[in-house]
Design a protein around this ligand. Structure first.
Ligand code: ASP
Length: 443
C-alpha cells in the first residue's frame, strides 16, 4: 500500500523529491493566490474551499504537537538522566538562543535606524489602516498593557491538565521539564511511564510522516489563501518597510546562522539547510513554529542529530526562541516612531530591543502571535493612542506575509542551535548528515 501511494505521488510530482513538491506548491500558491486576489468575487467559493483544505492541514499537524512535545521532553530528559548533563545542555541552549536573538535585535535596530524606512510615510500609514482593523486592534493593545509583570507568573501552570487542554505551550513545557527531571531521579520505577511516552513519541512521529503526504496540497492551499487576501502588489506598496525587514531576515539566515555554525561547530551550513528544508518550507506555508515542530524534529533526527538533543532543544526553541519575531518587532516599532516623528533617545532604543527579546520569547509559535505581543514593545514610546492604533492596524494589514518569512527564520534558528549543541556534545552522526543524497523522505 505504502509503495503504491509513494509511486502515485512521485508520478504526480514527475519523479521529484517531496521538498520540491512543497517548494513548487508555494510558488503555485503565490501565483494562484495573486490571481484570485485580482478576481475576488468570481472565485470566492474556491478561496473558501482552499481555506478549509489549508486549515485541515494545520489542524492535523497541531493535533500531534502536544503529545509530541510532552513525550519528546520526557523521553529526552530521562535518556539524558544525569542532571548535571541536563544543566549543561540547558546552559548552552540559553546561551546560543540568547546570542542569536541579541544578534537579531541589533541587526534590526541598525538597519531601521540606518535606512529610516518610516520617515515620511505617516500619511500612507493612516490611509492603509482601515477603520475596521483599527477597531479590532484597540482591544489587543488594551489587553497587552500591564502584561510584562505577569509574563513570568504565567509560565507556571496552576493546573497542568488545564494548560494541556488549552494548549498553553510554555506552562506545558515547564511542567514536562520538572516532571521529567523528577522521573529521572526516581530510578527503575520510572520505566512504565518512560516506556509509555516512548510509544507516544514513536506514534506521533509516524503520524507526522503520514501528514507529510499532504504537505504539498496543504501548503498550496495555505499560501493561496494568504496571498489572495493581500495580493503580490503589497510588496510594492510597503516596499521600504518590507525591504528593511527582509534584509534583516536575510542577514540572520545567510550570515549569522552560517557564522554561528562555523564558529561553534563543524556543521556545514549548506548541508544543514538541505537537511531541514522540508521544515523550512512548512514553516513558510503555515507561519507557525509550533505546527512545524513535528517536522523540525523529524528532519533533524532523521538526518543525524541525536534524539537526546532534538527532544530537549527543539520544543523549547519552538516556544521560546523567536529571533525572527524579535527582529521584526524591533524594526516595526522604530519604523512607527520614525513615521510619527517621535525622536528616540539611545536608552529608548535599548529598551525597545530588550522588550522585543522578552515579547518575542513569550509569544506563541502560531500565526500572528508576534504582532499581538508587539503591543508590549509599542506602549510607552510617546505615540498618541490614535497613532498607536493606526500604526498597529497598518502592521496588522500586512502581517501574514512578514509572518511567513519570520517563522521560517524562527524555525531555522531552532534547528541551528540544536545542531551546534549536538556537535559540541558529540551527538551528531556526521556520516548521516553529510550524505545528502541518501536522505530519506520524511515518510
Ligand atoms: N508565527 C510566528 C511563529 O510561529 C510567531 C510570530 O507571529 O512572530 O514562529
Amino acid at each position: 500500500m505504502k509503495l503504491h501511494l509513494q509511486t502515485l505521488f512521485v508520478a504526480v510530482g514527475l519523479g521529484i523529491k517531496r521538498n520540491w513538491h512543497i517548494f513548487l506548491s508555494i510558488i503555485a500558491g503565490l501565483l494562484f493566490g495573486n490571481f484570485l486576489h485580482e478576481n475576488p468575487t468570481v472565485f470566492e467559493p474556491l478561496v473558501r474551499l482552499l481555506n478549509i483544505v489549508g486549515q485541515a492541514f494545520i489542524r492535523v499537524i497541531q493535533m500531534v504537537v502536544i503529545p509530541l512535545v510532552c513525550s519528546a521532553i520526557v523521553v529526552g530528559i530521562s535518556s539524558i538522566g544525569d542532571s548535571k548533563q541536563i544543566g549543561k545542555f540547558g546552559k548552552k541552549m540559553i546561551l546560543y538562543y540568547g546570542l542569536i536573538t541579541v544578534f537579531a535585535v541589533v541587526i534590526g535596530a541598525v538597519l531601521v535606524l540606518g535606512f529610516k524606512p518610516g520617515v515620511g510615510v505617516q500619511e500612507f500609514i493612516s490611509q492603509t489602516s482601515a477603520l475596521e482593523i483599527q477597531n479590532q486592534v484597540n482591544s489587543v493593545i488594551a489587553e497587552q498593557k500591564g502584561q510584562i509583570g505577569n509574563i513570568f507568573l504565567n509560565m507556571i501552570p496552576q493546573n497542568p491538565l488545564e494548560s494541556l487542554a488549552k494548549g498553553e505551550m510554555i506552562p506545558i513545557i515547564f511542567f514536562a521539564l520538572i516532571f521529567s527531571l523528577a522521573l529521572s531521579k526516581v530510578g527503575e520505577i520510572n520505566r512504565p511511564i518512560v516506556s509509555f511516552f516512548e510509544s507516544v513519541f514513536a506514534a506521533t512521529m509516524k503520524i507526522t510522516d503520514w501528514i507529510m503526504i499532504f504537505a504539498a496540497p496543504g501548503i498550496f492551499a495555505l499560501t493561496t489563501v494568504a496571498v489572495s487576501s493581500f495580493g503580490l502588489s503589497i510588496f510594492s506598496t510597503i516596499s521600504k518597510f518590507f525591504a528593511v525587514v527582509f534584509l534583516g531576515f536575510c542577514i540572520q539566515f545567510f550570515i549569522v546562522y552560517p557564522l554561528i555554525l562555523k564558529l561553534f561547530s563543524k556543521v556545514p551550513f549548506s548541508t544543514f539547510y538541505t537537511a531541514i528544508i522540508e521544515a523550512l518550507l512548512v514553516a513558510f506555508g503555515t507561519a507557525s513554529s509550533s505546527a512545524t515542530l513535528p517536522l523540525t524534529i523529524a528532519c533533524c533526527e532523521k538526518r543525524g542529530i541525536s534524539h537526546k538533543i532534538c527532544s530537549f532543544v527543539l520544543p523549547l526553541g519552538a516556544t521560546l526562541n523567536m529571533d525572527g519575531t524579535a527582529l521584526f518587532q524591533t524594526v516595526a516599532v522604530i519604523f512607527l516612531t520614525q513615521a510619527y516623528g517621535v525622536t528616540l533617545e539611545p536608552i529608548q532604543i535599548i529598551q525597545i530591543m530588550i522588550l522585543a527579546i522578552i515579547a518575542s520569547s513569550t509569544c506563541a509559535g502560531i500565526p500572528g502571535a508576534g504582532l499581538i505581543t508587539i503591543a508590549l514593545v509599542l506602549n510607552g514610546l510617546g505615540l498618541t493612542p490614535q497613532q498607536l492604533v493606526e500604526g498597529f492596524a497598518f502592521l496588522f494589514a500586512i502581517d501574514r506575509v512578514v509572518d511567513m518569512i519570520r517563522t521560517t527564520v524562527n524555525v531555522a534558528s531552532d534547528a541551528v542551535v540544536a545542531a551546534v549543541i549536538a556537535d559540541n556534545e558529540n551527538e551528531i552522526d556526521y556520516d548521516l548528515l553529510n550524505n545528502t543524497e541518501q536522505y530519506k523522505e520524511i515518510i
